[in-house]
Design a protein around this ligand. Structure first.
Ligand code: ZN
Ligand code: ZN
Length: 215
Protein backbone atom coordinates (compact mmCIF):
# COMPACT_ATOMS: atom_id res chain seq x y z
CA UNK A 1 0.00 0.00 0.00
CA UNK A 2 1.30 3.41 -0.93
CA UNK A 3 0.99 5.64 2.10
CA UNK A 4 2.49 8.81 0.69
CA UNK A 5 1.31 12.16 1.93
CA UNK A 6 0.36 14.85 -0.57
CA UNK A 7 0.58 18.43 0.69
CA UNK A 8 -2.39 19.55 -1.35
CA UNK A 9 -2.39 23.30 -1.09
CA UNK A 10 1.33 23.45 -1.81
CA UNK A 11 0.33 22.46 -5.33
CA UNK A 12 -1.82 25.53 -5.85
CA UNK A 13 -0.30 27.65 -3.16
CA UNK A 14 -1.06 30.84 -5.05
CA UNK A 15 -4.77 30.12 -4.71
CA UNK A 16 -4.60 29.81 -0.94
CA UNK A 17 -2.21 32.53 -0.05
CA UNK A 18 -4.84 35.25 0.12
CA UNK A 19 -6.95 33.58 2.78
CA UNK A 20 -6.22 32.12 6.20
CA UNK A 21 -6.96 28.58 5.08
CA UNK A 22 -5.30 25.71 6.93
CA UNK A 23 -2.91 23.38 5.22
CA UNK A 24 -4.61 20.40 3.58
CA UNK A 25 -3.02 16.96 3.38
CA UNK A 26 -4.02 13.81 1.59
CA UNK A 27 -2.77 10.64 3.22
CA UNK A 28 -2.92 7.81 0.71
CA UNK A 29 -4.88 5.77 0.07
CA UNK A 30 -8.08 7.47 1.19
CA UNK A 31 -7.88 10.14 3.91
CA UNK A 32 -8.03 13.92 3.63
CA UNK A 33 -6.80 15.79 6.69
CA UNK A 34 -8.58 19.17 7.00
CA UNK A 35 -10.28 20.92 4.10
CA UNK A 36 -9.26 24.55 4.36
CA UNK A 37 -11.96 27.13 3.79
CA UNK A 38 -13.19 26.22 0.35
CA UNK A 39 -14.64 22.81 -0.54
CA UNK A 40 -14.60 23.54 -4.27
CA UNK A 41 -10.90 24.35 -4.14
CA UNK A 42 -10.18 21.22 -2.09
CA UNK A 43 -11.99 19.13 -4.70
CA UNK A 44 -10.02 20.75 -7.48
CA UNK A 45 -6.77 19.93 -5.70
CA UNK A 46 -7.90 16.32 -5.20
CA UNK A 47 -8.66 16.08 -8.91
CA UNK A 48 -5.31 17.60 -9.88
CA UNK A 49 -3.58 14.85 -7.94
CA UNK A 50 -5.85 12.07 -9.19
CA UNK A 51 -6.94 10.92 -5.75
CA UNK A 52 -10.50 12.25 -5.78
CA UNK A 53 -12.15 8.91 -6.52
CA UNK A 54 -10.26 7.18 -3.67
CA UNK A 55 -11.34 9.62 -0.96
CA UNK A 56 -13.25 7.96 1.88
CA UNK A 57 -12.68 10.06 4.98
CA UNK A 58 -12.41 13.78 5.67
CA UNK A 59 -10.77 13.90 9.10
CA UNK A 60 -10.81 17.30 10.81
CA UNK A 61 -8.03 18.02 13.29
CA UNK A 62 -10.33 20.39 15.23
CA UNK A 63 -13.41 22.51 14.64
CA UNK A 64 -11.81 25.85 13.75
CA UNK A 65 -13.33 27.42 10.68
CA UNK A 66 -10.09 27.64 8.69
CA UNK A 67 -9.77 23.83 8.89
CA UNK A 68 -13.39 22.78 8.39
CA UNK A 69 -14.87 25.52 6.17
CA UNK A 70 -14.87 23.35 3.06
CA UNK A 71 -15.98 20.10 4.71
CA UNK A 72 -19.73 20.22 4.11
CA UNK A 73 -19.34 21.16 0.45
CA UNK A 74 -16.66 18.54 -0.09
CA UNK A 75 -18.87 15.85 1.44
CA UNK A 76 -21.67 16.84 -0.94
CA UNK A 77 -19.31 16.70 -3.90
CA UNK A 78 -17.55 13.42 -3.05
CA UNK A 79 -19.74 11.43 -0.64
CA UNK A 80 -16.82 11.08 1.79
CA UNK A 81 -17.58 10.85 5.51
CA UNK A 82 -16.58 13.62 7.90
CA UNK A 83 -14.87 12.61 11.13
CA UNK A 84 -13.98 14.81 14.11
CA UNK A 85 -13.33 14.40 17.84
CA UNK A 86 -16.54 13.96 19.82
CA UNK A 87 -16.24 17.45 21.38
CA UNK A 88 -16.11 19.01 17.93
CA UNK A 89 -18.92 16.79 16.70
CA UNK A 90 -21.21 18.47 19.19
CA UNK A 91 -20.12 22.02 18.37
CA UNK A 92 -20.61 21.50 14.65
CA UNK A 93 -23.99 19.89 15.17
CA UNK A 94 -25.12 22.66 17.50
CA UNK A 95 -23.59 25.46 15.40
CA UNK A 96 -21.19 27.06 17.89
CA UNK A 97 -19.86 30.14 16.07
CA UNK A 98 -17.47 31.04 18.91
CA UNK A 99 -15.89 27.65 19.24
CA UNK A 100 -15.43 27.23 15.50
CA UNK A 101 -14.13 30.82 15.41
CA UNK A 102 -16.37 31.40 12.39
CA UNK A 103 -17.65 34.50 14.19
CA UNK A 104 -14.00 35.73 14.30
CA UNK A 105 -13.77 35.32 10.54
CA UNK A 106 -17.03 37.24 10.18
CA UNK A 107 -18.44 34.26 8.39
CA UNK A 108 -22.07 33.25 8.23
CA UNK A 109 -21.18 29.61 8.60
CA UNK A 110 -23.40 26.85 7.32
CA UNK A 111 -23.06 24.28 10.12
CA UNK A 112 -23.44 20.56 9.57
CA UNK A 113 -23.57 17.29 11.45
CA UNK A 114 -20.41 15.22 10.94
CA UNK A 115 -20.66 11.48 10.25
CA UNK A 116 -18.11 10.00 12.64
CA UNK A 117 -17.37 10.97 16.25
CA UNK A 118 -13.78 10.15 17.26
CA UNK A 119 -12.21 9.42 20.62
CA UNK A 120 -8.66 9.03 21.81
CA UNK A 121 -7.29 5.67 20.67
CA UNK A 122 -9.65 5.22 17.70
CA UNK A 123 -8.26 4.27 14.30
CA UNK A 124 -9.45 5.86 11.08
CA UNK A 125 -8.04 5.25 7.63
CA UNK A 126 -5.01 3.54 9.19
CA UNK A 127 -4.28 6.51 11.46
CA UNK A 128 -4.46 6.44 15.24
CA UNK A 129 -6.37 9.26 16.93
CA UNK A 130 -4.54 11.02 19.76
CA UNK A 131 -6.66 13.54 21.64
CA UNK A 132 -4.47 16.62 22.20
CA UNK A 133 -6.55 19.31 23.94
CA UNK A 134 -5.00 22.72 24.55
CA UNK A 135 -5.45 24.68 21.32
CA UNK A 136 -9.12 23.61 21.53
CA UNK A 137 -10.81 20.84 23.50
CA UNK A 138 -11.48 18.91 20.29
CA UNK A 139 -7.93 18.97 18.89
CA UNK A 140 -6.53 15.67 17.71
CA UNK A 141 -3.27 14.49 16.20
CA UNK A 142 -3.26 11.56 13.78
CA UNK A 143 -0.45 9.04 13.99
CA UNK A 144 0.85 6.67 11.35
CA UNK A 145 2.95 4.33 13.50
CA UNK A 146 4.45 2.45 10.58
CA UNK A 147 5.69 5.51 8.73
CA UNK A 148 6.44 7.43 11.96
CA UNK A 149 4.51 10.48 10.90
CA UNK A 150 2.07 12.67 12.79
CA UNK A 151 -0.55 15.13 11.55
CA UNK A 152 -0.65 17.78 14.24
CA UNK A 153 -3.34 20.30 13.27
CA UNK A 154 -2.79 23.47 15.30
CA UNK A 155 -1.20 21.77 18.33
CA UNK A 156 2.26 22.56 16.96
CA UNK A 157 3.53 24.21 13.77
CA UNK A 158 6.56 23.40 11.64
CA UNK A 159 8.31 26.58 12.82
CA UNK A 160 8.40 25.30 16.42
CA UNK A 161 5.57 27.43 17.72
CA UNK A 162 2.57 25.99 19.57
CA UNK A 163 -0.99 26.79 18.56
CA UNK A 164 -2.62 29.60 20.50
CA UNK A 165 -4.53 28.64 23.62
CA UNK A 166 -6.49 31.84 24.22
CA UNK A 167 -9.53 31.05 22.07
CA UNK A 168 -12.69 29.35 23.31
CA UNK A 169 -11.92 25.97 25.01
CA UNK A 170 -8.16 26.67 24.76
CA UNK A 171 -6.02 25.80 27.82
CA UNK A 172 -2.26 26.35 28.11
CA UNK A 173 -1.67 23.64 30.71
CA UNK A 174 -3.52 21.10 28.61
CA UNK A 175 -1.48 22.19 25.59
CA UNK A 176 1.76 21.55 27.49
CA UNK A 177 0.47 18.10 28.54
CA UNK A 178 -0.51 17.31 24.95
CA UNK A 179 2.88 18.41 23.58
CA UNK A 180 4.61 16.27 26.22
CA UNK A 181 2.47 13.34 25.15
CA UNK A 182 3.26 13.59 21.42
CA UNK A 183 6.92 14.24 22.24
CA UNK A 184 7.12 10.63 23.48
CA UNK A 185 6.13 9.24 20.07
CA UNK A 186 8.65 7.71 17.71
CA UNK A 187 8.40 10.19 14.81
CA UNK A 188 10.31 11.09 11.69
CA UNK A 189 8.06 13.78 10.27
CA UNK A 190 5.18 16.02 11.30
CA UNK A 191 2.53 17.57 9.07
CA UNK A 192 1.28 20.74 10.68
CA UNK A 193 -1.86 22.83 10.30
CA UNK A 194 -0.04 25.94 9.05
CA UNK A 195 3.45 26.14 7.58
CA UNK A 196 3.53 22.69 6.02
CA UNK A 197 5.53 19.61 6.99
CA UNK A 198 8.33 19.80 9.53
CA UNK A 199 10.60 17.89 11.85
CA UNK A 200 9.53 16.37 15.18
CA UNK A 201 12.04 18.67 16.96
CA UNK A 202 9.41 21.39 16.47
CA UNK A 203 7.51 19.76 19.36
CA UNK A 204 10.43 20.37 21.77
CA UNK A 205 10.80 23.91 20.54
CA UNK A 206 7.09 24.55 21.09
CA UNK A 207 7.40 23.23 24.66
CA UNK A 208 10.41 25.44 25.32
CA UNK A 209 8.55 28.39 23.87
CA UNK A 210 5.63 27.80 26.25
CA UNK A 211 7.92 27.34 29.26
CA UNK A 212 9.79 30.57 28.61
CA UNK A 213 6.60 32.48 27.80
CA UNK A 214 4.50 31.47 30.77
CA UNK A 215 6.87 31.01 33.73
ZN1 ZN B 1 -5.62 26.83 12.04
ZN1 ZN C 1 -7.12 26.26 15.14
Amino acid sequence: MNKDVIFLNMISRDLCIKNPSSDIYYNKPDVLIDTGLDGNLALRLLKETNVESDLKYIVLTHSHYDHIGGAKKLRELTGAEIAIHKNGYQSLKEGDGQKTASSLFGADFDFFEPDISLEDGDEIGGLKVIHTPGHTDDSICLLDREDKKLFTGDTVFSNGRPGRSDLKTGDTNQLIDSLNRIKQLDLEKIYTGHGGPGKPEAIDRALNFLKTSYI
